[in-house]
Ligand binder design. Structure first.
Ligand code: TXA
Ligand code: MG
Length: 355
């Protein structure tokens, strides 16, 4: 470890010492060495921080499930740095190539038929595998230096909002993993689009940074699974196992209010006035509608809302918010991904305020 300057070293509850290191070239090499050694390392991507391990090493991947306390039936995304790596892991297709050319490196995960080399633990026993090339120089350098495909879920404890800063990762992973690479705040702020391209029509299982229209523009057609905006019915099979699990949930109740701008602001303001400790999330242009109440600004558009959402949800946990009321966004473009996360975080608790 000579030459590595820890920004922060703290003891965890377990006996492992977690180092939080700036993502310098030297520290990236150290992280790559740990990955080759079968260890679990957290690293930044353009979407959220990932918790990586050698995708071809069953014990290493088990380390991810242990650190996150992730249910074993929820498969992982494999991260690569070159398209040729994907061809080794799955049955590569023409649409896969077109989508990779258009969006990789970037926030698009492709679900394809897996090859036998991918261990069952990565895909939770499914015959498919999810693959993406992250659009972040640190992630790409790390994968390249390790010279391995890297299985990586978001680096939060299972059920908590995904981490968009290295500090968030430390909150959840302290004492559980040896190293967190700090690459600053994540640019997109919510996880990648998960797109199943095995069938005749490509289907979005989880909306994210690449929108349905962008995908349709490249391959002609793109469907959005209807479970993206509603809870699963009891016993209904999940297209993407992640949808079965509780997700993004803050500790306090989160309520979404939809309807006309004025009606929404009135309903939320009433809740704020009635219950001290209520927090509000609203779009920037609506701030004047809330008078001098304290409002957390989601910014001017869905892009800024995506960047701030998980950050705010984590802050509410820290601050012991009593309840949270949020505006909704039009579920189009990136707004669909933001609404998917908000609706799940709210456990589909949505009030209609009128027009
Ligand atoms: O942006 C991202 O995708 C981040 C960064 C770290 O790359 N990763 C991420 O991983 O969000 P995770 O594990 O938190 O979410 C992966 C989602 C889960 O909902 C999982 O069920 C789904 O992808 N998934 C993985 N493999 C799948 C497969 N073979 N078929 C269907 N869904 C799959
Ligand atoms: Mg996750």
């Amino acid at each position: 470890m000579i030459g590595i300057s820890p920004l922060l070293c703290q003891e965890g509850s377990a006996d492992l010492r977690t180092q939080l290191l700036e993502a310098t070239e030297l520290n990236i090499l150290e992280a790559a060495r740990l990955l080759r050694d079968g260890k679990v390392v957290a690293f930044p991507t353009e979407t959220v921080y990932g918790l990586g391990a050698n995708a071809l090493n069953v014990q290493a991947v088990q380390g991810i499930f242990d650190a996150k306390q992730r249910p074993a039936d929820n498969p992982l995304i494999i991260h690569i740095a070159q398209t040729s790596q994907a061809q080794d892991l799955c049955r590569w297709t023409e649409s896969a190539q077109m989508l990779a050319d258009a969006f990789w490196p970037g926030p698009l995960t492709l679900v394809l038929h897996k090859k036998a080399v991918v261990p069952e633990i990565v895909t939770a026993g499914l015959s498919s595998v999810a693959i993406r090339m992250p659009g972040h120089s640190v992630a790409l350098q790390l994968i390249q230096a390790a010279n391995l495909p890297i299985a990586a879920p978001s680096a939060n404890s299972s059920g908590r909002p995904s981490p968009t800063t290295a500090q968030h990762v430390l909150e959840d992973m302290q004492g559980r993993i040896p190293l967190i690479l700090d690459g600053g705040s994540c640019e997109v702020g919510i996880e990648s689009t998960v797109l199943d391209i095995r069938g005749d029509v490509a289907t979005i299982l989880r909306p994210g940074g690449v929108t349905p229209d962008q995908i349709a523009f490249i391959i002609g057609e793109c469907r959005v699974a209807d479970t993206v905006m509603r809870p699963l019915r009891p016993g209904e099979p999940a297209l993407s196992p992640g949808m079965r699990h509780r997700h993004y949930a803050p500790k306090s109740r989160l309520v979404l209010v939809e309807g006309g701008e004025l009606a929404v602001a009135r309903t939320i303001s009433q809740a704020y006035d009635a219950v001290p400790g209520t927090r509000i999330m609203a779009m920037h242009k609506h701030l004047p509608l809330y008078g001098n109440r304290l409002v957390d600004d989601l910014g001017p558009d869905a892009g800024t809302a995506a960047q701030r959402l998980f950050y705010l949800l984590r802050a509410y946990d820290e601050q012991d918010a009593v309840q949270i009321f949020s505006e909704t966004l039009p579920p189009t473009g990136l707004g669909l991904a933001v609404m998917n996360r908000l609706a799940r975080a709210a456990k589909f608790d949505i009030i209609h305020a009128g027009v």
